[in-house]
Design a protein around this ligand. Structure first.
Ligand SMILES: Nc1ncnc2c1ncn2[C@@H]1O[C@H](COP(=O)(O)OP(=O)(O)OP(=O)(O)O)[C@@H](O)[C@H]1O
Ligand SMILES: [Mg+2]
Length: 554
């Protein structure tokens, strides 16, 4: 029994509040996630629009950077740094998103970036449309769990439709690989240079693909180096190794044929003690002795290097002391050894793989057998920078380097990101050798077939399949909208053409009409589209299943 004076009755309206809470939480999650999707929608496709996003204020401003109609997004992050990009994952990563459900869409975009590398905008746009569909289904009284389960079946069916639509390709067909890499570059700032960059991306991925291990293409074996100066057309693929730093010596050789390369992890400088201490030398004789010792110590190392026949020395960066002292450099210059110092620790693995060697950890192991032969090592100038190139490596590992050139930092960074997308597209094709048309064709085909399938179903599934099918139309409708076409008229015509059996009819943004998009060479890997559908559905299902937000006290 309740003690006297304590009101045992529940406050009025408590029961009503309890019931509405899950719905409120769900609605708030859906709205927040949809806002993220809306923010990014305008950047989809080759004619995406722009925004300038800052940490606290969002300015909406159209900014035409290149002469053609392509628009870019300019993002100003909290620390005042500006990024120009069209890449969905990059835009979202830099946006200051606070709502937990909205963050799920940011994660979704990142997941697509890891899985496929391209389609990071599409995946978020599709997720937004699916959330819209789910909201409508919730309004008509369908239980969230039922929607979630049904959407899973829709996604499986959608992937099946896409797979049926796809065309198998051969890796030997270089042309088709280049076409798909170009499609991914179409929507980027560097689209005009796609004829330079696409073949480069294809060659790079094919170079690092080991026969029989196609499903394990590792893009870490392709090193992309940014070098300020020149134009994007000067971007080159180096079948060898490139170091961003110049050679360390002043009078040392700058070009060496028949090089013998040694990669060392020990320092060529006077050793230091572990503890912080100082030695006071008060007379000249003692000072002389110290200098002599140092000289003898370094000379001993340099002699051993000479004895082994090394003429190019790669030195790992040291955090404790100078990896190569000035005195050592002086001696190495004299014996005509090119020194490349400060090779980063994280780069050592790549260098070893390229040169097919192991790093030399101590002087005792510095022998002729540990050295690597290469035809040419030279220092080349690029704009105001200089870098070192090693080519003709004997027993070269399956690695390759791309030197990206650009006239300014913003373009250079975006070129790097775009090349990454193109590399990912080719990797997708190597992993899963199937292509589909682009330009909204697969999405309309999915919408039509899913809608037709929904007529054969009954109950909740029929509603959910229909809603899912409608949501798929968001891609062609957005592509049309961004290209300045009438989205409703375009989508209707697309539907008609597909209903008449033209499976590859898509939006030709250049001509502003609907044509056979395969003839326009707009093709994309099947994996990009299937992973976008599965990942988006997975995220929507988890958003729908959340019915409460619990704050923890830290
Ligand atoms: N020339 C073209 N004509 C018509 N549609 C195109 C053309 N080039 C690309 N597309 C379409 O544009 C969409 C891709 O746009 P975009 O590259 O901006 O976004 P994303 O690939 O989803 O994301 P991101 O490239 O930022 O990771 C795809 O649906 C593709 O079919
Ligand atoms: Mg893309």
């Amino acid at each position: 029994m309740a003690p006297k004076g304590v009101v045992s009755k529940k406050p009025q309206g408590q029961a009503y509040k309890d019931k509405s809470k899950p719905a409120d939480v769900r609605a708030s999650n859906i709205n927040a996630a949809k806002a993220v999707s809306d923010a990014i929608r305008t950047s989809l496709g080759p004619r995406g629009m722009d925004k300038m996003v800052s940490n606290t204020i969002i300015y909406i401003q159209n900014l035409c950077v290149t002469k053609r109609e392509s628009f870019l997004r300019q993002i100003q992050s909290g620390n005042g740094e500006v990024t120009i990009t069209n890449d969905g994952a990059t835009i979202l990563k830099q946006m200051n998103v606070l709502h937990p459900a909205a963050k799920m869409l940011v994660e979704l975009s990142r997941a697509q970036d890891v899985e496929a590398g391209d389609g990071t905008t599409s995946v978020v746009v599709v997720a937004g449309a699916l959330l819209d569909a789910a909201e409508r289904l919730l309004h008509i009284g369908i239980h969230p769990t039922a929607i979630s389960d049904s959407f899973q079946r829709c996604s499986t069916k959608a992937v099946q439709i896409l797979t049926e639509m796809s065309r198998p390709i051969e890796l030997s067909d270089r042309e088709i690989l280049i076409k798909s890499a170009s499609t991914s570059l179409n929507s980027k700032v560097v689209s005009q240079q796609s004829s330079t960059l696409a073949p480069l991306a294809v060659d790079a991925v094919l170079k690092v693909t080991e026969a029989g291990q196609e499903d394990r293409v590792d893009l870490k074996n392709i090193k992309v180096i940014r070098s300020l100066g020149g134009t994007i057309e000067d971007t080159e693929l180096v079948d060898g190794l490139v170091f961003t730093q110049r050679s360390a010596g002043t009078n040392g050789p700058k070009r060496l044929e028949k090089a013998k390369i040694g990669l060392i992890q020990f320092c060529i400088s006077p050793p230091k003690t572990d503890m912080d201490h100082s030695v006071v030398v008060s007379d000249y004789a003692a000072m002389d002795r110290v200098l002599k010792e140092e000289r003898a110590y370094i000379l001993n190392i340099v002699k051993q290097i000479k004895k082994a026949g090394c003429n190019v020395l790669l030195v790992q960066k040291s955090i404790l002391r100078d990896a190569v002292s000035d005195l050592a450099l002086h001696f190495l210059d004299k014996i005509k050894v090119m020194v490349i110092k400060d090779v980063e620790r994280e780069d050592i693995e790549f260098v070893c793989k390229s040169l097919s060697c192991r790093p030399i950890a101590s002087l005792d192991h510095f022998v002729a057998e540990s050295l690597v032969n290469a035809d040419l090592v030279e220092e080349v100038a690029s704009g105001s920078n200089k870098f070192v190139k090693i080519t003709g490596i004997q027993n070269q590992g399956q690695t390759v380097s791309i030197v990206v050139r650009g006239s300014n930092k913003l373009v250079l960074e975006e070129a790097d990101r775009s090349i990454h997308d193109a590399l990912c597209v080719v990797r997708c094709l190597v992993k899963n050798r199937a292509l589909i048309a682009g330009g909204g064709a697969p999405e309309i085909e999915m919408a039509l077939q899913l809608a037709a399938h929904s007529n054969t179903l009954d109950g909740v599934d029929a509603y959910c399949f229909r809603a899912f099918a409608e949501a798929m139309e968001v891609i062609p409708s957005t592509l049309a909208e961004n290209a300045g076409l009438n989205p409703i008229a375009t989508v209707t015509e697309l539907r008609n053409r597909h209903a008449q059996g033209e499976k590859n009819a898509g939006i030709n943004v250049r001509k502003g009409a609907i044509t056979d998009i395969l003839a326009e060479n707009v093709v994309q890997p099947l994996l990009v589209s299937t992973s976008a559908i599965t990942l988006a559905t997975e995220t929507i299902r988890s958003i729908l299943k959340i019915d409460d937000i619990v704050n923890t006290v830290t």
